[in-house]
Ligand binder design. Structure first.
Ligand code: SF4
Length: 420
């Protein structure tokens, strides 16, 4: 269930129906202002709405003042163990702080931090982690780890409410994807506050992306989750942002830049599609608009599943074709496909988002497409035609024979007919 409450981190709204916010975390030493700001600019360019910086030392708090001032996106200070650093981070201008009430030194310390947060109108992310549950929930953790995590989160929420503070979001972190899904589903039914989603220590870019897509994607598809971070073991935080965006785009929760569709290729492929896809993907990064671009390895199925794409290409050995919304646009030498594709896209924008068609070129491309389609391929249209033909044949067979029986060869001759 989507959160009812909404908070604001800098100028970014979280929860209460706001778009799911993408965040990441810098991997630099925060005290290294130059490197940290450079990474923040990279993640902001990649589409991060928010960025979190670790603040384990006083030097980091000092750096935070400059970072907050110069960052293009709101900064969340990430604090563990030391409530004094949390207070200092708020005073240094952090737009939000993240604390784990389970390791910050008890409810009194949390109360002190909340008091300062209230004064500075700074929201807090309260996080509970499967690795640091309170002692009284450890037994439950063995029998029901999901309930243990949820109870820890609910107890934290109750503490915030006792402190008369409602400007917070909640996160529950587990390395287990099923537990992440189950606990967030359960918590979203019990509290109205925004939820931050993440699978902790998800792994490498490859495994971490898959785990996150499964875990966070499942929750987001259910409407659970208001902000998300993909945790990947890479120094390049912008990779986390890209993965988050792909999840949101796949679920059609947010739009950002073009969507690239490419067939998986098979034995019918006749050109170097790998490098074509890579080049198209790279060149599409320069476009902001959420156009859909499709690449088909061959024209065996016609334009088929790419019929809805704004633009697309399909190729053969020497020639290929550019199409738009299922209609051929022009036939092009395979080596020029990518350049011509982008020429068409640019023409479309120059004409105010109108596809510019040259009817003669389109007719030539349509003729090429018809030639390329393999007459033996089982396209959906051909399958439908074959089924219709078979149904007709069966219907004909069921009808009584109209031709006279040749009694000389009929096995029933003399028995079926009585002659005078
Ligand atoms: S479009 Fe062609 S190359 Fe790509 S998977 Fe389909 S049949 Fe194979």
């Amino acid at each position: 269930m989507a959160s009812e409450r909404q908070i604001r981190v800098g100028d970014v709204l979280i929860g209460g129906g706001a778009p799911v916010a993408v965040q990441t975390m810098t991997k630099t030493e925060t005290a290294n202002v130059r490197e940290t700001l450079a990474q923040i600019r990279r993640v902001a360019d990649a589409g991060a709405d928010l960025v979190r910086c670790a603040v384990p030392r006083d030097d980091d708090v000092q750096a935070l003042r400059t970072i907050v001032r110069e960052s293009p996106i709101p900064i969340i200070a990430d604090i563990h163990f030391n409530h004094t650093l949390a207070i200092k981070a708020i005073e240094a201008g952090a737009h939000c702080i993240r604390i784990n009430p389970g390791n910050i030194g008890g409810p009194e310390k949390v109360a002190q931090v909340v008091e300062v947060a209230k004064r500075h109108d700074v929201p807090i992310r309260v996080g509970v982690n499967s690795g640091s549950l309170p002692k009284h929930l450890r037994d439950l953790e063995y029998t029901d780890p999901v309930e243990a995590l949820v109870r820890a989160a609910v107890e934290t929420v109750e503490l915030m409410e006792r402190l008369d503070f409602d400007q917070f979001k909640v996160s529950m972190k587990s390395t287990s994807v099923p537990n992440t899904i189950a606990s967030n589903r359960r918590l979203s039914e019990r509290i109205p506050y925004p939820l931050h989603l993440g699978v902790t220590e998800a792994g490498t870019k490859w495994t971490g992306s898959i785990k996150s897509a499964v875990g966070l994607g499942t929750l987001l598809a259910d409407g659970v989750g208001d902000t998300m971070r993909i945790s990947l073991s890479t120094f390049h935080a912008e990779e986390e942002v890209k993965v988050a965006w792909e999840i949101l785009k796949a679920l059609k929760l947010r739009e950002k830049g073009p969507v690239l569709i490419a067939c998986p290729t098979c034995g019918r492929l006749q050109f170097d599609m790998d490098s074509v896809v890579a080049e198209v993907e790279r060149r599409l990064e320069a476009y902001e608009d959420p156009i859909e671009v499709s690449i088909l390895g061959c024209a065996v199925n016609g334009i088929g599943e790419a019929r809805h794409a704004d633009f697309g290409i399909t190729g053969a050995k020497d020639m290929g074709m550019i199409y738009s919304k299922g209609e051929p646009l022009k036939k092009v030498a395979t080596g020029n496909l990518v350049d011509e594709l982008f020429a068409e896209i640019d023409r479309y924008y120059a004409a105010g988002k109108t596809v510019v068609r040259d009817e003669a070129a389109a007719a030539e491309a349509a003729a090429w497409l018809a030639e390329e389609e393999d007459a033996t391929a089982m396209t959906p249209e051909r399958l439908a035609a074959l089924e219709a033909e078979k149904a007709r044949a069966e219907a004909d067979a069921a009808e009584p024979a109209t031709t006279p029986i040749d009694e000389a060869i009929s096995p029933v001759a003399g028995r079926r007919f009585t002659r005078a």
